[in-house]
Design a protein around this ligand. Structure first.
Ligand SMILES: C[C@@H](O)[C@H](N)C(=O)O
Ligand SMILES: C[C@@H](O)[C@H](N)C(=O)O
Lengths: 158, 158
Protein backbone atom coordinates (compact mmCIF):
# COMPACT_ATOMS: atom_id res chain seq x y z
CA UNK A 1 0.00 0.00 0.00
CA UNK A 2 1.47 3.29 -1.04
CA UNK A 3 1.45 5.99 1.59
CA UNK A 4 -0.09 9.23 0.61
CA UNK A 5 0.20 11.79 3.35
CA UNK A 6 -2.47 14.13 2.11
CA UNK A 7 -2.34 16.84 4.70
CA UNK A 8 -1.58 18.28 8.12
CA UNK A 9 -4.32 19.21 10.58
CA UNK A 10 -3.72 21.62 13.46
CA UNK A 11 -5.88 22.36 16.50
CA UNK A 12 -4.21 24.98 18.70
CA UNK A 13 -7.16 25.26 20.98
CA UNK A 14 -6.96 22.16 23.15
CA UNK A 15 -6.20 21.43 26.77
CA UNK A 16 -4.83 18.13 27.96
CA UNK A 17 -6.03 16.82 31.28
CA UNK A 18 -3.81 14.18 32.83
CA UNK A 19 -5.28 11.99 35.55
CA UNK A 20 -2.33 10.21 37.13
CA UNK A 21 -1.85 7.19 39.39
CA UNK A 22 -5.31 5.77 38.86
CA UNK A 23 -6.01 2.22 40.09
CA UNK A 24 -5.27 0.06 37.06
CA UNK A 25 -8.24 -2.27 37.44
CA UNK A 26 -11.50 -2.83 35.56
CA UNK A 27 -14.05 -0.06 36.13
CA UNK A 28 -11.73 2.93 36.62
CA UNK A 29 -11.92 4.22 33.05
CA UNK A 30 -15.68 3.62 33.01
CA UNK A 31 -16.26 5.68 36.18
CA UNK A 32 -14.01 8.51 35.02
CA UNK A 33 -15.74 8.77 31.65
CA UNK A 34 -19.21 8.43 33.14
CA UNK A 35 -18.39 11.55 35.15
CA UNK A 36 -17.06 13.38 32.07
CA UNK A 37 -20.07 12.31 29.96
CA UNK A 38 -22.47 13.46 32.71
CA UNK A 39 -20.84 16.90 32.52
CA UNK A 40 -21.53 16.84 28.77
CA UNK A 41 -17.91 17.56 27.93
CA UNK A 42 -16.74 16.54 24.44
CA UNK A 43 -13.41 14.82 24.47
CA UNK A 44 -11.01 14.66 21.52
CA UNK A 45 -7.98 12.46 22.22
CA UNK A 46 -8.00 9.76 24.89
CA UNK A 47 -4.57 8.26 25.57
CA UNK A 48 -3.63 5.63 28.10
CA UNK A 49 -0.36 3.77 28.16
CA UNK A 50 0.51 0.59 30.06
CA UNK A 51 0.32 0.97 33.86
CA UNK A 52 3.09 0.23 36.35
CA UNK A 53 2.88 -1.13 39.86
CA UNK A 54 -0.93 -1.27 39.61
CA UNK A 55 -1.29 2.43 38.67
CA UNK A 56 -2.07 3.98 35.28
CA UNK A 57 -2.27 7.50 33.84
CA UNK A 58 -5.07 8.56 31.53
CA UNK A 59 -4.91 11.71 29.45
CA UNK A 60 -7.74 13.26 27.50
CA UNK A 61 -7.98 16.48 25.57
CA UNK A 62 -10.86 18.95 25.43
CA UNK A 63 -11.55 22.28 23.74
CA UNK A 64 -9.91 25.00 25.81
CA UNK A 65 -13.29 26.58 26.68
CA UNK A 66 -14.33 23.27 28.30
CA UNK A 67 -11.33 23.04 30.61
CA UNK A 68 -13.10 24.21 33.75
CA UNK A 69 -16.09 21.89 33.25
CA UNK A 70 -13.79 18.98 32.50
CA UNK A 71 -11.76 19.65 35.65
CA UNK A 72 -14.97 19.71 37.65
CA UNK A 73 -16.02 16.38 36.15
CA UNK A 74 -12.66 14.91 37.22
CA UNK A 75 -13.05 16.41 40.70
CA UNK A 76 -16.54 14.81 40.94
CA UNK A 77 -15.03 11.48 39.94
CA UNK A 78 -12.59 11.84 42.85
CA UNK A 79 -15.44 12.86 45.13
CA UNK A 80 -16.98 9.42 44.57
CA UNK A 81 -14.14 7.80 46.45
CA UNK A 82 -12.10 6.62 43.46
CA UNK A 83 -9.11 8.63 44.54
CA UNK A 84 -6.27 6.49 45.84
CA UNK A 85 -3.02 8.23 44.93
CA UNK A 86 -4.67 9.83 41.90
CA UNK A 87 -4.28 13.49 41.06
CA UNK A 88 -4.84 15.59 37.95
CA UNK A 89 -3.46 18.57 36.09
CA UNK A 90 -4.39 20.58 32.99
CA UNK A 91 -2.17 22.26 30.39
CA UNK A 92 -2.70 23.90 27.05
CA UNK A 93 -1.53 21.92 24.01
CA UNK A 94 -1.67 22.04 20.26
CA UNK A 95 -2.63 18.86 18.42
CA UNK A 96 -0.91 18.29 15.09
CA UNK A 97 -1.93 15.36 12.88
CA UNK A 98 -0.77 13.98 9.56
CA UNK A 99 -3.50 12.32 7.57
CA UNK A 100 -3.29 9.85 4.72
CA UNK A 101 -4.00 6.33 3.56
CA UNK A 102 -1.70 3.43 4.26
CA UNK A 103 -0.18 5.07 7.34
CA UNK A 104 -0.37 1.96 9.37
CA UNK A 105 1.91 -0.14 7.30
CA UNK A 106 4.57 2.50 6.99
CA UNK A 107 6.68 2.97 10.08
CA UNK A 108 8.83 5.21 7.93
CA UNK A 109 6.05 7.81 7.93
CA UNK A 110 6.05 7.95 11.73
CA UNK A 111 9.85 8.16 11.77
CA UNK A 112 9.75 11.04 9.24
CA UNK A 113 7.14 12.93 11.28
CA UNK A 114 9.12 12.53 14.51
CA UNK A 115 12.36 13.51 12.75
CA UNK A 116 10.84 16.69 11.36
CA UNK A 117 9.69 17.73 14.86
CA UNK A 118 13.05 16.80 16.36
CA UNK A 119 14.86 18.90 13.73
CA UNK A 120 12.88 21.92 14.96
CA UNK A 121 13.62 21.07 18.62
CA UNK A 122 9.92 20.38 19.28
CA UNK A 123 9.17 17.95 22.11
CA UNK A 124 6.41 15.37 21.61
CA UNK A 125 4.14 15.13 24.66
CA UNK A 126 1.48 12.65 23.47
CA UNK A 127 1.18 10.27 20.52
CA UNK A 128 -1.95 8.55 19.27
CA UNK A 129 -2.42 6.77 15.92
CA UNK A 130 -5.06 5.20 13.73
CA UNK A 131 -4.97 3.63 10.28
CA UNK A 132 -5.27 6.99 8.56
CA UNK A 133 -3.77 9.40 11.03
CA UNK A 134 -0.85 10.05 13.40
CA UNK A 135 -1.53 12.74 16.03
CA UNK A 136 0.92 14.33 18.42
CA UNK A 137 0.44 16.89 21.20
CA UNK A 138 3.06 19.63 21.47
CA UNK A 139 3.33 23.00 23.20
CA UNK A 140 1.00 25.60 21.61
CA UNK A 141 3.94 27.92 20.90
CA UNK A 142 5.47 25.25 18.66
CA UNK A 143 2.35 24.84 16.51
CA UNK A 144 3.25 27.03 13.53
CA UNK A 145 6.81 25.78 13.35
CA UNK A 146 5.59 22.18 13.56
CA UNK A 147 3.21 22.65 10.63
CA UNK A 148 6.00 24.33 8.64
CA UNK A 149 8.55 21.54 9.13
CA UNK A 150 5.97 18.80 8.50
CA UNK A 151 4.87 20.45 5.25
CA UNK A 152 8.50 20.56 4.22
CA UNK A 153 9.25 16.97 5.27
CA UNK A 154 6.30 15.55 3.33
CA UNK A 155 6.54 18.07 0.47
CA UNK A 156 2.95 19.19 0.99
CA UNK A 157 1.51 22.34 -0.52
CA UNK A 158 1.73 25.30 1.81
CA UNK B 1 -23.73 14.78 15.03
CA UNK B 2 -25.45 11.51 15.75
CA UNK B 3 -23.23 8.65 16.78
CA UNK B 4 -23.49 5.51 14.80
CA UNK B 5 -21.27 2.80 16.19
CA UNK B 6 -21.24 0.62 13.14
CA UNK B 7 -19.05 -2.22 14.26
CA UNK B 8 -16.42 -3.87 16.40
CA UNK B 9 -13.00 -4.83 15.05
CA UNK B 10 -10.78 -7.40 16.74
CA UNK B 11 -7.13 -8.23 16.16
CA UNK B 12 -5.99 -11.00 18.50
CA UNK B 13 -2.64 -11.31 16.90
CA UNK B 14 -0.71 -8.33 18.22
CA UNK B 15 2.21 -7.83 20.57
CA UNK B 16 2.76 -4.64 22.49
CA UNK B 17 6.30 -3.47 22.99
CA UNK B 18 6.75 -0.98 25.80
CA UNK B 19 9.92 1.10 25.84
CA UNK B 20 10.05 2.71 29.27
CA UNK B 21 11.96 5.60 30.87
CA UNK B 22 13.08 7.16 27.61
CA UNK B 23 14.62 10.64 27.74
CA UNK B 24 11.64 12.95 27.14
CA UNK B 25 13.41 15.34 24.81
CA UNK B 26 13.22 16.10 21.08
CA UNK B 27 14.78 13.39 18.91
CA UNK B 28 14.08 10.31 21.05
CA UNK B 29 10.94 9.22 19.19
CA UNK B 30 12.64 9.93 15.86
CA UNK B 31 15.65 7.72 16.67
CA UNK B 32 13.50 4.89 18.00
CA UNK B 33 11.27 4.86 14.92
CA UNK B 34 14.19 5.23 12.53
CA UNK B 35 15.50 1.99 13.99
CA UNK B 36 12.10 0.28 13.69
CA UNK B 37 11.62 1.55 10.12
CA UNK B 38 15.12 0.35 9.17
CA UNK B 39 14.11 -3.14 10.34
CA UNK B 40 11.08 -2.86 8.04
CA UNK B 41 8.65 -3.65 10.86
CA UNK B 42 5.05 -2.48 10.37
CA UNK B 43 3.62 -0.87 13.46
CA UNK B 44 -0.08 -0.64 14.26
CA UNK B 45 -0.75 1.43 17.40
CA UNK B 46 1.72 3.98 18.72
CA UNK B 47 0.82 5.32 22.16
CA UNK B 48 2.74 7.79 24.27
CA UNK B 49 1.36 9.54 27.32
CA UNK B 50 2.77 12.59 29.11
CA UNK B 51 6.22 12.01 30.62
CA UNK B 52 7.21 12.54 34.25
CA UNK B 53 10.49 13.73 35.72
CA UNK B 54 11.99 13.98 32.23
CA UNK B 55 11.20 10.36 31.28
CA UNK B 56 8.48 9.01 28.99
CA UNK B 57 7.17 5.59 27.98
CA UNK B 58 6.36 4.73 24.39
CA UNK B 59 4.31 1.70 23.43
CA UNK B 60 3.82 0.35 19.94
CA UNK B 61 2.09 -2.76 18.68
CA UNK B 62 3.20 -5.13 15.94
CA UNK B 63 1.91 -8.33 14.40
CA UNK B 64 2.91 -11.21 16.65
CA UNK B 65 5.16 -12.71 13.95
CA UNK B 66 7.19 -9.49 13.91
CA UNK B 67 7.91 -9.47 17.65
CA UNK B 68 11.46 -10.77 17.42
CA UNK B 69 12.43 -8.31 14.64
CA UNK B 70 10.83 -5.43 16.51
CA UNK B 71 12.67 -6.33 19.70
CA UNK B 72 15.93 -6.40 17.75
CA UNK B 73 15.18 -2.96 16.31
CA UNK B 74 14.65 -1.65 19.85
CA UNK B 75 17.89 -3.33 20.99
CA UNK B 76 19.71 -1.63 18.08
CA UNK B 77 18.26 1.71 19.15
CA UNK B 78 19.73 1.10 22.61
CA UNK B 79 23.02 0.06 21.06
CA UNK B 80 23.32 3.57 19.61
CA UNK B 81 23.77 5.00 23.08
CA UNK B 82 20.22 6.26 23.60
CA UNK B 83 19.75 4.12 26.65
CA UNK B 84 19.73 6.09 29.88
CA UNK B 85 17.38 4.30 32.28
CA UNK B 86 15.37 2.93 29.35
CA UNK B 87 14.32 -0.70 29.12
CA UNK B 88 11.73 -2.62 27.11
CA UNK B 89 9.35 -5.54 27.35
CA UNK B 90 6.95 -7.36 25.02
CA UNK B 91 3.57 -8.96 25.75
CA UNK B 92 0.77 -10.41 23.67
CA UNK B 93 -2.39 -8.32 23.44
CA UNK B 94 -5.67 -8.23 21.64
CA UNK B 95 -6.76 -4.94 20.11
CA UNK B 96 -10.50 -4.25 20.16
CA UNK B 97 -11.92 -1.18 18.40
CA UNK B 98 -15.36 0.33 18.01
CA UNK B 99 -15.84 2.17 14.77
CA UNK B 100 -18.41 4.79 13.80
CA UNK B 101 -18.99 8.39 12.84
CA UNK B 102 -19.33 11.17 15.37
CA UNK B 103 -17.31 9.31 18.02
CA UNK B 104 -15.30 12.33 18.94
CA UNK B 105 -18.14 14.45 20.13
CA UNK B 106 -19.71 11.74 22.21
CA UNK B 107 -17.91 11.06 25.45
CA UNK B 108 -20.87 8.87 26.29
CA UNK B 109 -19.71 6.36 23.68
CA UNK B 110 -16.33 6.02 25.37
CA UNK B 111 -18.00 5.69 28.77
CA UNK B 112 -20.29 2.95 27.41
CA UNK B 113 -17.37 1.04 25.89
CA UNK B 114 -15.37 1.21 29.13
CA UNK B 115 -18.43 0.22 31.18
CA UNK B 116 -19.08 -2.83 29.04
CA UNK B 117 -15.49 -4.01 29.52
CA UNK B 118 -15.64 -3.27 33.25
CA UNK B 119 -18.88 -5.29 33.56
CA UNK B 120 -16.97 -8.29 32.20
CA UNK B 121 -14.03 -7.69 34.55
CA UNK B 122 -11.73 -6.90 31.60
CA UNK B 123 -8.80 -4.59 32.35
CA UNK B 124 -7.92 -1.90 29.78
CA UNK B 125 -4.15 -1.75 29.15
CA UNK B 126 -3.94 0.86 26.36
CA UNK B 127 -6.34 3.40 24.88
CA UNK B 128 -6.00 5.29 21.61
CA UNK B 129 -8.71 7.26 19.79
CA UNK B 130 -9.43 9.03 16.53
CA UNK B 131 -12.50 10.77 15.14
CA UNK B 132 -13.99 7.50 13.93
CA UNK B 133 -12.55 4.92 16.26
CA UNK B 134 -11.76 4.04 19.87
CA UNK B 135 -9.20 1.25 20.31
CA UNK B 136 -8.24 -0.54 23.48
CA UNK B 137 -5.63 -3.21 24.19
CA UNK B 138 -6.65 -6.04 26.49
CA UNK B 139 -5.35 -9.51 27.36
CA UNK B 140 -5.79 -11.94 24.43
CA UNK B 141 -7.83 -14.32 26.62
CA UNK B 142 -10.43 -11.57 27.10
CA UNK B 143 -10.93 -10.96 23.37
CA UNK B 144 -14.05 -13.03 22.71
CA UNK B 145 -15.79 -11.88 25.88
CA UNK B 146 -14.93 -8.26 25.05
CA UNK B 147 -16.49 -8.51 21.59
CA UNK B 148 -19.58 -10.15 23.10
CA UNK B 149 -20.20 -7.48 25.74
CA UNK B 150 -19.51 -4.64 23.30
CA UNK B 151 -21.96 -6.09 20.77
CA UNK B 152 -24.54 -6.25 23.54
CA UNK B 153 -23.82 -2.74 24.87
CA UNK B 154 -24.16 -1.13 21.43
CA UNK B 155 -26.90 -3.50 20.22
CA UNK B 156 -24.86 -4.52 17.20
CA UNK B 157 -25.68 -7.52 15.05
CA UNK B 158 -23.81 -10.62 16.12
C1 LIG C 1 -6.73 2.61 34.02
C2 LIG C 1 -8.00 2.00 33.50
O1 LIG C 1 -8.03 2.00 32.10
C3 LIG C 1 -8.24 0.57 33.99
N1 LIG C 1 -7.22 -0.31 33.54
C4 LIG C 1 -9.61 0.14 33.52
O2 LIG C 1 -9.75 -0.87 32.93
O3 LIG C 1 -10.55 0.83 33.71
C1 LIG D 1 9.51 10.59 24.33
C2 LIG D 1 9.64 11.27 23.00
O1 LIG D 1 8.40 11.35 22.36
C3 LIG D 1 10.23 12.67 23.09
N1 LIG D 1 9.39 13.54 23.84
C4 LIG D 1 10.44 13.18 21.67
O2 LIG D 1 10.00 14.23 21.33
O3 LIG D 1 11.03 12.52 20.89
Amino acid sequence: EDVVVSGVALDKNQTRIVVSDLPDRPGTAAKLFQSIAKADVSVDMIVQNIGRKGLANMTFTVARDDTFRAEQAVANFFGDGEKGAAHFSADDIAKVSIVGVGMRTHTGVAAKLFESLASAGINIQLISTSEIKISVAIAPDDAEEAVRVIHKAFALED
